[in-house]
Design a protein around this ligand. Structure first.
Ligand SMILES: [Fe+2]
Length: 382
């Protein structure tokens, strides 16, 4: 017997199956879709498909469809073996399924109204490393809010490596596996100075853009150097609402990003707001320090700058920004395709400040979160 909502109604023709589940969800499946998703055509070990679309009949016809033990059972007119599909699996993969994303994102627009220590997920490092449902919940919140925090990460050079082993795979760059955010003379990146930094996302000049970023506070100052965060997803959606023309301009204009240092020359073109196929905001890449001169004719440049300025003004509006002071041993992880970060200025001569950072591949963070959830819910076939 399959778990979950039972199928309450079945209608079928030679080319279609229509189902209705308890609770009212309905979906219709084409015979070709059903034929392409037979369990028998998948490798039982890897679950990878053994057939290609050209191996399928163009118009497979159903001889009969019936329900048995919560599953749909199909007999085919061409004599292919009977196929069985679990009802809950069909619902999960139908167009009636809710979010197609593994982890739904919850936008938070007015960051100033939030208390970062209360409104985002915080977890002791010891609890993260113990794993289980607590770690699964923290990783889910990291995807949901785009940001999550750890406490009590050993404030040593190795602490960030120990913590990230439970979050995702570190993506090395020209800085190495980790980078140290502290003031140096004549910095090659303004992050390595005492200056305040406006809200930005990191490294839009790379391909791929680093998926997640972690910053581990090793030495924090009692004065200055506060961390700032804003939700680019919520801000982009807000821009779409209040200024749809400017939103479209930022979504359609490819922007050249550039970074140059000794032995490094990185360039990539991408819009400031990247849209998914369905028009949803997929990513925000905003970094005023690394936008190269735009190859735009005068009219197009004026239109682009108007939109860019409007978005930039929103990022300066303190209403949208949550501020907090990290303490020694705190570690923040955030979605670098979504959450913008910045800091207030500080004086390293008075109080040294040292954060150690790294990037994480996006797919590895997604995979860790999905595996942690699978381990706690015991979910079966994908
Ligand atoms: Fe940064």
């Amino acid at each position: 017997m399959s778990a979950g909502r039972p199928i309450e109604r079945l209608d079928w023709t030679a080319r279609r199956v229509a189902l209705e589940w308890a609770g009212g969800a309905r979906a219709e499946f084409a015979s070709l879709w059903l034929r392409d998703n037979r369990r028998e055509d998948r490798d039982p070990h890897s679950d990878q498909r053994l057939i290609d679309v050209v191996d399928l009949p163009e118009r497979p016809r159903i001889r009969s469809a019936r329900l048995a033990d919560g599953s749909l059972v199909i007999e085919w007119q061409d004599g292919a073996a009977e196929s069985r599909y679990e009802g809950e699996w069909l619902l999960r993969h139908s167009d009636a399924a809710e979010a197609s994303e593994d982890f739904a994102r919850t936008p938070w627009l007015e960051g100033a109204g939030l208390d970062a220590t209360r409104d985002f997920a915080w977890l002791e490092f010891a609890a993260l490393s113990a794993g289980g449902a607590t770690r699964a919940g923290w990783l889910a919140r990291l995807w949901q809010d785009g940001i999550a925090f750890l406490r009590g990460v050993p404030a040593t050079d190795e602490g960030i490596f120990r913590a990230m082993a439970f979050v995702g795979r570190i993506a090395a760059t020209n800085y190495g596996e980790v980078f140290d955010v502290r003031s140096v003379p004549r910095p090659e990146n303004l992050a390595y100075s005492d200056l305040g930094l406006g809200l930005h996302t990191d490294n839009p000049y790379r391909d791929p853009v680093p998926g997640f970023q972690a910053l581990h506070a090793l030495v924090t100052a009692p004065d200055g150097g506060e961390s700032l965060f804003a939700d680019g997803l919520a801000l982009a959606e807000h821009l779409r609402e209040v200024a749809p023309g400017d939103f479209a301009r930022l979504a359609r204009t490819p922007v050249p990003f550039h970074y140059r240092a000794a032995g490094v020359e990185l360039r990539a073109r991408r819009p400031i707001i990247r849209l998914a196929c369905d028009g949803a905001v997929a990513a925000v890449h905003y970094n005023n320090r690394s936008i190269a001169p735009l190859p735009l004719a005068a009219d197009a440049a004026e239109r682009f700058y108007r939109a860019y300025r409007r978005f930039g003004r929103m990022l300066r509006d303190t209403r949208y920004c949550v501020k907090l002071r990290l303490r020694d041993g705190d570690l923040v992880v955030f979605d670098n395709h979504r959450v913008l970060h910045g800091r207030t200025a500080f004086s390293s001569a008075q109080h040294p400040r040292h954060l150690r950072g790294c990037y994480l591949t996006r797919d590895s963070v997604q995979s860790e979160a999905a595996c942690a959830r699978r381990a706690t819910t015991g979910a079966g076939r994908a």
